[in-house]
Design a protein around this ligand. Structure first.
Ligand SMILES: Cc1cc2nc3c(=O)[nH]c(=O)nc-3n(C[C@H](O)[C@H](O)[C@H](O)COP(=O)(O)O)c2cc1C
Length: 166
């Protein structure tokens, strides 16, 4: 079992080619979200898969989300606020990150999207009042065919300490 590979290969991809994602790959991506852990196993989530170009346009109005018009699939991560008011954000986030890892394992690019107007996204996907939009994912084949790793990160020592914070 090797999970560091798709984790370390993942980067945010913001340019996609027009190839559709094979249905089976998309199913495996969604399945990776479905089996994610959640507080009390409440699974307070719904994932709306958007292919339709006009609906993707409606999701793309955020300042850093313009490229959603160009990627073949957007997954909208919705959290059930009533079912799990304290944990829906964490739960949906974990499930979406599982999907990102699976997308990388499938040779696909992805990008988290937090740049959106919640009311506009809710209207576009007809989300009910008791659900919040946690985040969206763009998914598709990278335009230049490759995932180029360019992680700029703080050092290990900066972010890890043992036993206490110091
Ligand atoms: C919660 C969250 C929201 C993000 N929102 C956006 C976004 O709206 N648009 C975008 O282009 N990138 C977005 N990103 C991607 C980050 O900019 C990116 O992960 C970061 O710059 C590190 O680069 P890397 O993902 O290539 O390693 C988001 C990432 C996270 C985790």
């Amino acid at each position: 079992m090797d999970s560091i590979d798709p984790i370390s290969k993942r980067i945010s991809v913001r340019e996609y080619d027009s190839r559709e994602i094979p249905e089976e790959a998309l199913k495996r991506i969604l399945e990776a979200g479905r089996i994610a852990p959640s507080a009390m196993n409440y699974q307070p989530w719904k994932f709306v898969v958007v292919h339709d170009p006009s609906r993707r346009k409606a999701l793309s109005h955020g300042r850093y989300a313009k490229f959603l018009t160009e990627c073949p699939v957007v997954i909208v991560g919705c959290g059930n606020k009533k079912r799990s008011p304290e944990w829906y954000t964490v739960d949906v986030t974990i499930a979406l990150q599982n999907m990102v890892t699976q997308a990388t394992a499938e040779g696909l690019g992805s990008c988290w999207i937090g740049s959106f107007d919640e009311d506009a996204v809710k209207a576009a996907i007809k989300a009910p009042e008791d659900h919040a939009i946690v985040a969206m994912l763009a998914i598709g084949y990278p335009k230049d065919g490759k995932l180029k790793i360019a992680h700029k990160r703080k050092s290990f020592d900066e972010i890890v300490s043992f036993e206490d914070f110091s």
